[in-house]
Each structure stands twice: as structure tokens, then as C-alpha cells.
Ligand binder design. Structure first.
Ligand SMILES: Cc1cc2nc3c(=O)[nH]c(=O)nc-3n(C[C@H](O)[C@H](O)[C@H](O)COP(=O)(O)OP(=O)(O)OC[C@H]3O[C@@H](n4cnc5c(N)ncnc54)[C@H](O)[C@@H]3O)c2cc1C
Length: 381
């Protein structure tokens, strides 16, 4: 049998496409995934509650071609997504616990059940890893079990992050095979490892505080979490999207004036509105004793002001095994911005995270995966 459409990847974008293609026109459609179940990444997302979109979605929250992002959101916006979910009994709540404007579901399982229901008539090949594709009149999709033939192929196989959930380079391999260029792929939305000078971060593993980070001309605010390898937490994850190399700076007293706290006889660790253990580690890193703020010399006060702009170069990041997304991917210059069809190979389409579009932390990546899938399904000829 030759399928009308084969979708590679039963993740966010593949499932959205499989739920929305024109069922009158395309009768034989299949969905292929290496995992034993659909939507494995959706399941673990947002701590099991799937941070599905963001109140403030805009192309400014993405790296990559922003014109394409604007265009795709005109076709399927955040409000369209919320309506779609509501219509399918998935109820969301605006809950900025992670970062500003985040929408969470009651449970990620609700999203998976919705997609399971909407794609019930689509033939599924699970536990089926795609190894290669050839084109000769039709596409021949080589898996470890068989060869699946299709007239059109939708590549929705995501990026390289979370290899333990079967992430693979197949989208990039296929794209390159058909003549596409790839923008260098790197882990993003990931914690930072630190250099020797910041090893004191490691002693604070588990402590979190609100901070502002300055990176590449941007200011990002949110919770920072110290980790045994360095630092993480929402503010750092978004910072990692923009950081390539070189320095970042952290304001540990975001939106507070340090001068207001350098009065009176309290010790530094009691005077400053920060976790005591953090202050103690910070003071020892700058060789300053924890003493009454009234006894600080001007030079010592200047040293303390580092808390407002603590500059350092991260050593690197925690890698693809911990990264939520892949920055970079298939260049959007060679993709039709409405249909998502390859400009190199007719009837071959790329949607979702495999493209060179990456969003900040906060529901932006699901929104793009879903919007690109809807645009592709709607304009498919
Ligand atoms: C821990 C974690 C938490 C996250 N939380 C959020 C969140 O709350 N909000 C948010 O917006 N984003 C979140 N993300 C990012 C989000 O999950 C992705 O950006 C999104 O799922 C991308 O959708 P996609 O369809 O492009 O790829 P995916 O959803 O990754 O789907 C790709 C599918 O392709 C399959 N596949 C890959 N290679 C092959 C192959 N060779 N053969 C067959 N199948 C293959 C995979 O098994 C997978 O099922 C999170 C990511 C992680 C890792």
C-alpha cells in the first residue's frame, strides 16, 4: 500500500498535523514514531502539566526568521490554540509559576488523550525508528522493520534534545540528503556549567532566588536555581537561548536598590534580602567578611555592588541530554513559509522544532510546533 501522507514523529507537531489534515482528501495517512507511545515529550513537559502556550506569544520570543513566525501565528495564533484545546475538552489555566504569561494544562495526559482520540483513525507505526528516505516516484521510508511508501512526507521528528526519549538527527539527515542547509544545532533552554571562579555556585545547589540576567543586549528576569553543575532555573534557561560565548551578568537584587540595604548595624547577611547561605558564599568568593554594614569601607561597598552586576563567562551548558530544545536546525530560507513544503523536493514538508526557529522558555516552543503543523495541514494541496 502507498500512503497518501506519512508523518514522521508523533510529538507535538506530528500529532497536531495528524489531527487536522483534510480527511476527505487524504484517506490513507500514517504516523511513525520510534517511541512505544505517542507524545512522550508532551507527557513530561511543564513538570507533567504541559506549559502549552503563553499569553504574550510574539515573534520577539523566538530566534530564527521572525517574519515566518509572524506569518504562521496569523494562521494559527495562541487564541486559536486555546480555542482548539477548549473545544476538545483540554482546559488550560494562566499560571505564571514558571515565567510570565504561561498557560498550563491540568495534566499533560489530557493533551495526549485528546490527540489519541483525534488521531484514532490514523494508522500508527510505533516502536518504529526511521533510518532513511529515498525518493523514486514516491517516498520510500526505510525503518528497522520495513519500508513504508508514501506520496507525501511530513517530517515532524523534532531536534536533538532528550535522546533518552528517542530524539534523533533524522530530520537534519533527510533535509541534507535533499539539498537543504542546516544552521548549526546546539542545546538551548539548558543550565550552565561554570568556570573555577564560580565553583561557589555548586555549594548552593538547590537554592533559588529571583534574578535578572543581562545577555546579548537583552534583560531576562525570573527564578535562578543553583545546581550541582552550575546554575539553572527559568531565567538561565531562557538566557541559554541567546548566549553563544563570552560574558553574561546577573543582578541578584533584581528591581531593588542595594543602597537601601546598606544602612544600620545589621550584618551583611541579615541586611540584604537574599538567602543567608547565598550571601555567605558570595562574600567568601570576594574575600569579604560578614560584618556590620555600617563598618563597610567605600571600597568594600563597591565590592558588594557586584551583586547588582555579577559578570562571568559560563564554561558551557549541561548538553542535549538536559536541554529542552535544539537551537538552529533546517534553514527556513529553503522552506515555503505557508505550506512548509521543501523548496528542494516536492511533497516533502518540515514542521516543528527541526526547523531553525527556537522559542524562549514559557510555552513558546509548543505554540510554534502546533502553529507550523496547522499551517502545513491547512495549505497542503
Ligand atoms: C523536559 C522537556 C520539557 C519541555 N517542556 C515544554 C513546555 O512545557 N512547553 C513548551 O512549549 N515546550 C516544552 N518543551 C519543548 C517541546 O517539547 C518541543 O519544542 C516540542 O515538543 C517540539 O515538537 P516537535 O513535534 O517538533 O518534536 P517532538 O515533540 O520532540 O516530537 C518528535 C518525535 O519524533 C520522534 N522521532 C525522532 N527521531 C525519530 C526517528 N528516527 N524515527 C521515528 N521517530 C523519531 C520522537 O520519538 C518524537 O516523538 C520541553 C522539552 C523537554 C525536553
Amino acid at each position: 500500500m502507498i500512503y497518501d501522507i506519512a508523518i514522521i514523529g508523533a510529538g507535538a507537531s506530528g500529532l497536531m498535523f495528524a489531527s487536522n489534515f483534510d480527511k476527505k482528501k487524504y484517506k490513507n495517512v500514517c504516523l511513525i514514531d520510534a517511541n512505544p507511545k505517542i507524545g512522550e515529550k508532551i507527557k513530561i513537559s511543564g513538570g507533567g502539566k504541559c506549559n502549552i502556550t503563553n499569553e504574550y506569544v510574539s515573534s520577539k520570543n523566538y530566534l530564527g526568521n521572525r517574519k515566518l513566525v509572524d506569518e504562521v501565528f496569523k494562521t494559527f495564533s495562541k487564541d486559536d490554540l486555546l480555542k482548539f484545546l477548549n473545544k476538545n475538552q483540554v482546559f488550560t489555566k494562566l499560571d505564571p509559576r514558571l515565567t510570565k504569561g504561561t498557560y498550563f494544562c491540568k495534566s499533560s495526559s489530557d493533551v495526549i488523550s485528546m490527540f489519541s482520540h483525534l488521531t484514532s483513525k490514523v494508522r500508527k507505526y510505533l516502536n518504529t525508528k526511521v533510518l532513511d528516505i529515498d525518493f523514486n516516484k514516491n517516498f520510500k521510508i526505510k525503518t528497522q522493520n520495513q519500508i513504508i511508501e508514501a506520496k507525501k512526507v511530513i517530517i515532524a521528528s523534532g531536534g536533538l534534545s532528550y535522546p533518552k526519549l528517542n530524539a534523533s538527527s533524522i530530520a537534519y539527515d533527510i533535509a541534507q540528503k535533499f539539498g537543504h542547509s542546516i544552521v548549526r544545532c546546539e542545546p538551548a533552554l539548558v543550565g550552565f556549567t561554570v568556570q573555577k571562579e564560580q565553583f561557589w555556585f555548586k555549594n548552593l545547589s538547590g537554592i533559588s532566588l529571583d534574578a535578572k540576567v543581562f545577555v546579548e543586549g537583552k534583560e531576562i528576569e525570573g527564578s535562578l536555581l543553583f545546581a550541582h553543575k552550575g546554575c539553572s532555573g527559568p531565567v538561565i534557561l531562557t538566557t541559554s537561548l541567546y548566549w553563544k560565548k563570552g560574558k553574561i551578568a546577573i543582578d541578584f537584587l533584581a528591581n531593588k536598590n542595594i543602597e537601601d540595604f546598606l544602612k544600620g548595624n545589621k550584618k551583611i547577611s541579615s541586611a540584604l534580602p537574599l538567602p543567608k547561605r547565598f550571601i555567605q558564599e558570595f562574600l567568601s568568593s570576594i574575600n569579604l567578611e560578614d560584618k556590620a554594614v555600617s563598618s563597610l569601607s567605600d571600597e568594600e561597598k563597591e565590592k558588594l555592588k557586584n551583586l547588582k552586576y555579577y559578570e562571568f563567562s559560563p564554561a558551557g551548558n549541561f548538553g542535549f541530554s538536559k536541554a529542552e530544545v535544539t537551537r538552529g536546525g533546517i534553514s527556513t530560507d529553503e522552506i515555503n513559509h505557508k505550506t512548509f513544503e521543501s523548496l528542494k523536493q516536492k511533497d516533502l514538508y518540515f514542521i516543528g522544532e527541526c526547523l531553525d526557529i527556537t522559542g524562549e522558555l514559557g510555552g513558546f516552543n509548543f505554540q510554534f510546533a502546533f502553529s507550523s503543523a496547522i499551517s502545513c495541514s491547512r495549505y497542503l494541496k
